[in-house]
Design a protein around this ligand. Structure first.
Ligand code: F6R
Length: 617
């Protein structure tokens, strides 16, 4: 939600800010704006409702030249609709102070009433403008100390915020503060950056500092100063961004999503890389942490959307290999139901961005209740891993398209690695089973590649054909069930078609009533060799819906001929043992959702109403 960028240095900040916003646009695209202290020392501001292209057009006709200090924002609307007035930055102190914000200030109505009573007039409906007015009041009261004004204001704000500000009186200074919302520092030579994530500045520097919870940062071209909210100095933790700017470019693909689906083999391979030694899973990040897992009697996996579905798949592997009960829950449901977890529970959070507020709040609650926490995350320096006792990073590389694809397969891979690690630590997994699983993991990238090379075109044709479809159902059993959920989520998210995923066994308990002649149904078919009982059940389910007129599109293993008489289409995946099938079966569904949205002429990278990193509850 909302992308934030700040710059101080010798270069034209307008260009740097707009380039940073382009890389952050996945976080929100309802409006965009920048504020720059121009060469005459005056604060200039441009902002436009709509995508970044609208701001770019405005800047072409009316640039803010020469300025070397500035802030920029791309918005996912919360308080107030996506209009020019509600776009950030918001100005205060006679338009000499500019403020941008990510998050929600929950007590903004009370604060606004207080300011209105003092005679402050507001131009927007946003909570951000209230923060700007408070900062201006504090700044005037303390005699022009911008960092001091932040210290005075942050204690008054409830909720989640990253705030950045720049003031005409202080060219060469950008100040920021964060609570429950992301902000990282990029360290340059004679220039410094702030960003919601490293994508904002990775084309200029890969040296970064993570800012902790409840901290204030001031950047100048030559200095970075971080304190807590009371002004006590804090040493931020340095890290090196492991990917370069080209990894976050489209690289000739028609969309980021097309590129990211093509990177699914690599996402799995890179997540496994360096974590298998002498045929055994060894996760270096977990060295010395066996103690943490020694006394746990249960695991709770938390996440939202696609990440939660990865968790559902992971449950099967952890229970099978580590013989420990696993529950999977949506993070937002867990947080507000007085959950029963304690020191015997390991809470695993899954998050691509590492910033999803629902997930962050849930693991904080779990930690407060004494649970051990482990995060599976794709983003270095993000908040969720920093709030966890242990981290297993997925190495999918930057995921820019709003809908998650390569991160999903990497999340399942990381969960499997962890399950194998835990199985070894707990002594519940035989050497033989562990070795067989490692072989399967190693073979996955090539098998995904096979699907991309041999089935992608056919799936795209199918999607093209089905462009006018109004509803699609997805069925799966066992590990195929979360894949059915993921297939449905991706389709509704990208192509705005009604789509639902069901456990195939649940069909006759209600959903079969939806089947009418011509209803398309994707069915994830288990391996006939690896899971013969499940396979037989699913083939029966196919027959049941076919008898009622469904148009069946089966995703089945190569050589599975039992489905042929009953399916209208069969999309093939290579052979894999049952636990590894979901990582393959999801690939055709990602391709299909993308293909159908493309056939409808929709923007697959930025679907309507969505944003990638959901940093509000
Ligand atoms: C769906 C999708 C979302 C995310 C969810 C969690 O395609 O991308 O459902 O999976 O918002 O996001 P992260 O993984 O960043 O916590």
């Amino acid at each position: 939600m909302c992308g934030i960028v700040g710059y101080v240095g010798p270069r034209q900040s307008q260009d740097i800010l707009v380039a940073g916003l382009a890389r952050l646009e996945y976080r929100g695209y309802d409006s965009a704006g920048i504020a720059v202290i121009d060469e005459s020392g005056t604060l200039g501001m441009r902002k436009r409702a709509g995508k970044l292209s609208a701001l770019r057009e405005a800047l072409e006709t009316d640039p803010i030249g020469g300025g070397t200090t500035g802030i920029g924002h791309t918005r996912w609307a919360t308080h107030g609709g996506p209009t020019d007035e509600n776009a950030h930055p918001h100005l205060a102190d006679d338009d000499r102070l500019a403020v941008i914000h990510n998050g929600i200030i929950e007590n903004f109505s009370d604060l606004k009433a207080e300011l209105v009573a003092e005679g402050v007039a507001f131009r927007s409906e946003t909570d951000t403008e209230v923060a700007a007015a408070l900062l201006a009041r504090e700044y005037r009261a303390n005699g022009g100390d911008l960092v001091g004004a932040f210290r005075g204001v942050v204690h008054r704000l409830d909720g989640a915020f990253t705030l950045l500000a720049t003031h005409e009186d202080h060219p060469g200074l950008v100040v920021g503060a964060r609570r429950n919302s992301p902000l990282v520092i990029g360290l340059g030579e004679g220039e410094n950056f702030l960003g919601s994530d490293v994508a904002a500045f990775v084309e200029h520097t890969r040296r970064a500092l993570a800012i902790g919870q409840d901290e204030i940062v001031a950047i100048t071209p030559d200095d970075v100063a971080v304190t807590d909210f009371d002004g006590n100095p804090v040493q931020p933790s340095p890290f090196e961004v492991s990917w370069d700017a080209s990894a976050a470019d489209k690289g000739g693909w028609s969309s980021f999503m097309a590129k990211e689906v093509s990177e699914e083999p690599e996402a799995v391979a890179n997540t496994v890389l360096g974590r298998i030694r002498d045929g055994r899973v060894v996760i270096p990040e977990l060295d010395g942490l066996d103690e943490l897992f020694a006394d746990i009697t249960r695991i709770v996996i938390l996440g939202a959307g696609t990440a939660a579905y990865a968790g559902l798949v992971g449950k099967y592997a952890i229970e099978q290999w580590a013989r420990i009960p696993v529950e999977v829950e949506l993070a937002h449901e867990f947080r507000y139901r007085d959950p029963l977890v304690g020191p015997d529970t390991l809470v695993i959070s899954i998050s691509q961005s590492g910033e999803t507020m629902d997930t962050l709040m849930a693991i904080k609650e779990a930690a407060r209740l004494g649970a051990k926490t482990l995060s599976i995350c794709n983003t270095q320096g993000a908040t969720i891993p920093r709030e966890s006792d242990a981290i297993v990073y997925t190495h999918a590389g930057p995921e820019v398209a709003v809908a998650s694809t390569k991160a999903f397969v990497a999340q399942i891979t990381a969960l499997y690695l962890f399950a194998l690690h835990l199985g070894r630590v707990r002594g519940s997994l035989s050497e033989e089973d562990a070795a067989a699983a490692v072989t399967q993991l190693d073979e996955l990238p090539a098998k995904i590649q096979w699907i991309l090379e041999n089935e992608q075109e056919r799936i795209e044709h199918l999607a093209h054909w089905m462009a006018d479809t109004r509803s699609v159902l997805f069925l799966g059993r066992h590990v195929g069930y979360p894949i059915a959920l993921e297939g449905a989520l991706k389709l509704k998210e990208l192509s705005y078609i009604h789509a639902e995923g069901f456990a195939a066994g649940e069909l006759k308990h209600g959903p079969i009533a939806l089947i009418e002649p011509g209803q398309p149904v994707f069915v994830v078919v288990p391996s006939p060799g690896g899971a013969p009982t499940l396979h037989a059940k699913v083939v029966s389910n196919i027959q049941e819906i076919r008898a009622r007129g469904a148009r069946v599109i089966a995703i089945a293993e190569q050589g599975d001929s039992a489905v042929l008489p009953h399916a209208d289409e069969v999309l093939r995946i290579p052979l894999a043992s049952p636990l590894f099938e979901p990582i393959l079966a999801v690939v055709p569904l990602h391709i299909f959702a993308m293909g159908l949205a493309t056939a409808k002429g929709l923007d697959v990278d930025q679907p309507r109403n969505l944003a990638k990193s959901v940093t509000v509850e």
